[in-house]
Design a protein around this ligand. Structure first.
Ligand code: BTN
Length: 251
């Protein structure tokens, strides 16, 4: 598939409900170009995964969405798109601070705290992905979070310095470009290894809960469709979809 160039064009907004919604509206109008990046200094209704919201201080962080219009990307490989984006963000962050890890399916952690979230909204046509809106919220210069949000961090909190947002976006989209091109070149093994190498709690025993109650488990892998594979103490491996398993604490 043709190589992608992210950020051509780059649309910069002061405020919007959600950059993902803005991207979807451009797609609906038929005016969106493959690789378009929509950046906003502030969102009035930032969307998180599921029914969550994404709250971010004005002008402090990176809030943006990428529009992809792949020509022939198999719909059943959607999780590889998510893995390549997680890899791109984590790989970029590792150039600034460590350790960076990916919490399944695609939260990005620094020192066990969430620094970035990803919300991918795809449309499918037949067997292929038609369009993808990849929304990314990266906490950059925010140094205080609302009460009740205990597990959030930012690049500034983790490195004690301020970052230039334009420069950070440029470097981050460079990484995302490279990782997406690996995906488009069908280097699926490379994408998965880079995701798994950074997967939080991979091969570590921990306490989890599922619909059946509490148990000790060890993450061993992810399936191609994005399920988390968890080994139980009885030697059986169970696969979990999003929100079907909760991490409680380390052993
Ligand atoms: C999550 O971890 O719950 C996903 C958060 C995704 C937030 C980003 S910010 C830019 C883009 N626009 C949105 O409304 N959401 C995503």
């Amino acid at each position: 598939m043709k190589k992608i160039i992210l950020g051509e064009p780059l649309l910069k907004l002061d405020s919007v409900d959600s950059t993902n919604n803005y991207a979807a509206a451009l797609l609906a109008k038929g005016t969106a170009k493959d690789g378009t990046v929509i950046l906003s200094a502030y969102q009035t209704r930032g969307k998180g995964q599921g029914s969550n919201t994404w709250i971010s201080g004005a002008g402090e962080n990176l809030l943006f969405s990428i529009i992809l219009k792949p020509q022939s990307f198999p719909a059943d490989m959607q999780f590889f798109l998510s893995m390549s984006i997680s890899w791109g963000i984590a790989g970029f962050l590792e150039t600034l601070v460590r350790p960076v890890q990916i919490k399944w399916p695609n939260d990005i952690l620094i020192n066990n705290k969430k620094v970035a979230g990803i919300l991918i909204e795809n449309t499918v046509s037949g067997m292929n992905l038609n369009t993808s809106v990849i929304g990314i919220g990266l906490n950059v210069n925010q140094d205080a979070f609302p009460e009740g949000i205990t597990n959030a961090t930012s690049l500034k909190l983790e490195s004690d310095r301020e970052f230039d947002l334009d420069h950070t976006l440029e470097n981050l989209t460079g990484w995302l470009n490279t990782c997406l091109n690996s995906l488009y070149e069908e280097k699926y093994g490379v994408v998965k290894v880079n995701y798994l190498n950074r997967l939080w709690l991979l091969n570590k025993w921990a306490n989890y809960s599922d619909a059946g109650g509490k148990f000790e488990g060890r993450i061993t892998d992810v399936t191609d469709s994005g399920e988390l594979m968890v080994l139980q103490r009885n030697g059986k491996i169970r696969n979990y979809g999003f929100k079907e398993i909760t991490f409680n604490n380390m052993l």
